[in-house]
Design a protein around this ligand. Structure first.
Ligand code: AMP
Ligand code: MG
Length: 330
């Protein structure tokens, strides 16, 4: 989880207009920095529109809403192309791209396994090898057929389903930023439960500062980082996990094994040009572990991995990131 840090200064300061609402199964906070000569009302109106946009994105991609496009796709029959909204098509197409780029560590078709492990969470009983094998047979991004000309999607295998949970919050964050910009806001931060984007600066003297949370000590910030016109997302095993028989299980599944990721990576943070990219690759990096940092570097993204070494937190960063006190510098 990330958090935006605020601090005080002096003189005629920018005011921070802020609103927090529950959405997408998390808490969304939008802050706009308003210069002394700018209108607070315009900022409030823009924030309202941006929150509305997040609600709109949620209604397209949520697996919990029966009428969402994704829910409709998941009810479709194999090999029967279904016409979908271009926006939904595009995010699925990009998600398949993230799956290819990460050799399936990120996999938008992981839902049969997610459902299996959700059942384990609710019942307290681990799935059998057979259950895992059967669910794995329904997972694989190469089994999605996309036809851009017809704007259709179909699955090649019965029982397949998609889960946009690893990327949709980042996408919603970027859409909210788009709406803020379109409504004249130049300096803002959108935080969708840790999937963030920093637009412009906090004021003429300071950039937006984001805190990277200690994965085992809630409320404690491990590092701070200043960002401008960048997305940052953290994925990890500490916000959402469940226990069975005294063992901790992550909500992130390794699609290649069918099991929740092990305890190698406690949290993975990605800094990218947008929040969607950061969201997808942060989830992937949790699966790939330290070996995934090469893929991240080649993509021109920056990563910070926190690994649990018998209770001590080991931090590893991409080349180009350095630590100065509690600050990460680029
Ligand atoms: P995040 O919190 O962004 O890391 O996304 C985690 C969510 O993405 C989970 O709650 C699942 O809905 C979904 N998910 C789990 N494992 C994967 C995976 N390997 N690839 C893509 N999505 C996943
Ligand atoms: Mg993610």
């Amino acid at each position: 989880m990330l958090s935006s840090c605020s601090y005080s200064g002096s003189g005629r300061e920018n005011r921070i207009i802020e609103r927090t609402e529950p959405a997408m199964g998390t808490i969304v906070t939008i802050k706009v920095s308003v210069a002394p000569e700018e209108s607070e009302t315009a900022a409030r109106d823009a924030i309202g529109l941006a929150m509305g946009e997040i609600g709109r994105v949620e209604s397209l991609f949520s697996v919990y809403r029966e009428d969402s496009q994704v829910a409709r796709i998941n009810r479709s029959r194999p090999n029967e192309p279904l016409k979908i909204d271009p926006e939904v098509f595009t995010l699925i197409e990009k998600s398949v791209g993230y799956s290819k780029d990460t050799d399936g560590a990120f996999d938008v078709t992981v839902k049969p396994l997610v459902d299996l492990w959700k059942l384990a969470k609710d019942s307290g009983v681990l799935p059998s090898e057979k259950d895992i094998r059967e669910a794995r047979a329904k997972v694989g991004y190469e089994k999605i057929m996309l036809d851009r000309d017809g704007m259709t999607i179909s699955f090649t295998t019965d029982g397949m389903s998609i889960d946009m949970g690893g990327v949709a919050k980042g996408y919603a964050t970027d859409r909210a930023i788009y709406i803020l910009r379109n409504n004249g806001m130049q300096n803002a931060i959108v935080d969708s439960g840790g999937d963030m984007y920093c637009l412009g600066t906090r004021n003429s003297a300071n950039r937006w500062t984001v805190g990277i949370q200690h994965p085992r000590d809630r409320g404690r910030i491990l590092y701070k980082i200043d960002l401008k016109d960048e997305g940052i997302d953290t994925s990890g095993d500490y916000e959402k996990y469940f226990m069975i028989g005294g063992k901790r299980y992550s909500h992130i599944i390794d699609p290649r094994t069918g099991y929740p990721i092990g305890d190698d990576v406690t949290s993975a943070t990605i800094i990218a040009k947008d929040s969607e990219t950061a969201d997808a690759y942060a989830t992937a990096l949790c699966v790939l572990g330290k070996a995934g940092m090469d893929i991240i570097d080649k993509k021109g993204l920056k990563s910070i991995i926190v690994r649990n070494n018998n209770g001590a937190m080991n931090v590893e960063m991409s080349k180009g990131l350095t630590v100065n006190g509690d600050k990460i510098e680029k």
